[in-house]
Design a protein around this ligand. Structure first.
Ligand code: RAM
Length: 352
């Protein structure tokens, strides 16, 4: 049964990837009914030079081609709110019409987003949202899956790796990121309830989180800090593609016994999965996430999609259209994450 589910997931991922590739094919400038052509759109990651966001942007650019928009991928080189604010201010000055953004800081960017909104810019967050109290600054948040599903899945992976025993720590991204924090919040109670022989290195989940800020050097240092502070740590969960890759690389070079899992980009994690450094990681398809976010934003710009709970929009053109509906909190979900092991990594690493 489990195997069957996995196979179905792989098949779905492949179909999605093929659908995306197929829809980029027409060489002549596209256009989608109900969307104004020539929109000036900014696609802003938490930070540049992160493989995950390159994939996210790839999906966004595909959608941009289909709708005939002019899309620019821009943002800071460090994943912080203040660094993003400078770029939000720039896109206001440069009269962009739409902003698709992954919030590096759920609070610090909100005043700048509100200024952008007041200047007529339509905003959709994607990947990482603003804080619950500030959701009126964006139309919708296009997120991968419900936070609890992502957080608890990661706990299952680390439990599988450690044989359901021992103490664990979290190697996160930035302390200000809404996405990582929501996943981590779901991990605490789930571990206690589901794995009685497992515990947190610091006693509680809150006291067991180390922040690598989506920076490879900092993440590597934090991995070593965990090992230095808790030499008996059985497992490290890294809910960030940058963190889990740094942890895998450092585990390998130090020949550390600690088990590592988290949210990894298959193309980056493949060497560590193939050589057995890491047994399993998981992730959704960031290409799809960026693709869907651009459609949400473009229909919002047109006024036909308002982002209210229960409202919906179609992502895609021609036959490959798919409907997405807004749920509580103004959030649009993509779907459950996939998992990657030696058995399927070769297939996934070729996609993203
Ligand atoms: C990093 C970023 C991103 C997150 C992934 C899993 O690339 O922090 O926001 O969604 O990891």
């Amino acid at each position: 049964m489990e195997m069957r589910k996995k196979l179905i997931r792989v098949a779905v991922a492949l179909t999605a990837a093929v659908a995306l590739i197929g829809s980029t094919a027409p060489a002549n400038a596209a256009g989608v009914k109900g969307i104004q052509g020539g929109l000036k759109i900014a696609i802003m990651p938490k930070a540049l030079n992160i493989g995950y966001f390159d994939a996210w942007n790839k999906g966004a650019q595909t959608a941009c081609k289909e709708i005939g928009a002019r899309c620019t991928y821009l943002g800071p080189t460090e994943a912080t709110g203040p660094a993003q604010v400078q770029f939000i201010n720039k896109i206001i000055q440069q009269k962009y019409q739409v902003l698709v953004i992954s919030a590096a800081d759920q609070n610090a960017i909100v005043p700048a987003l509100n200024a952008a909104k007041a200047a007529g810019i339509t905003i959709v967050t994607s990947d990482a949202d603003v804080a619950g109290a500030s959701v009126s600054s964006r139309v919708t948040a296009v997120l991968p899956a419900e936070s609890a599903r992502i957080g608890t899945a990661e706990i299952d992976w680390i439990a599988e790796a450690t044989g359901k025993k021992g103490s664990i720590a979290v190697l996160s991204a930035a302390a200000t990121a809404a996405n990582q924090n929501a996943w981590i919040a779901a991990m605490g109670p789930y571990l206690t309830k589901t794995y009685p022989n497992m515990s947190w290195v610091g006693g509680t989940v809150e006291k067991s989180v180390f922040y690598g800020d989506d920076d490879t050097t900092k993440s590597t240092a934090q991995f070593n800090a965990i090992l230095a502070q808790y030499p008996d740590v059985a497992g490290i969960v890294a809910p960030t593609t940058v963190g889990v890759k740094a942890a895998a690389a450092e585990k390998k070079s130090k020949k550390a016994a600690v088990k590592v899992t988290g949210l990894g980009l298959p193309s980056e994690m493949a060497p560590y999965i193939e050589d057995g450094t890491v047994e399993k990681v998981g992730l959704w398809n960031p290409i799809d996430l960026g693709y869907v976010a651009v459609y949400a934003a473009a229909y919002a710009k047109a006024g036909s999609f308002k982002g209210t709970v229960g409202s919906s929009f179609m992502a895609g053109s021609g036959k490959s259209q798919k409907k997405y509906t807004v749920t509580a909190g103004g959030i649009t979900y993509l779907g459950d994450p996939f998992t990657f092991t030696k058995a399927n990594i070769a297939t996934f690493k070729a996609i993203y």
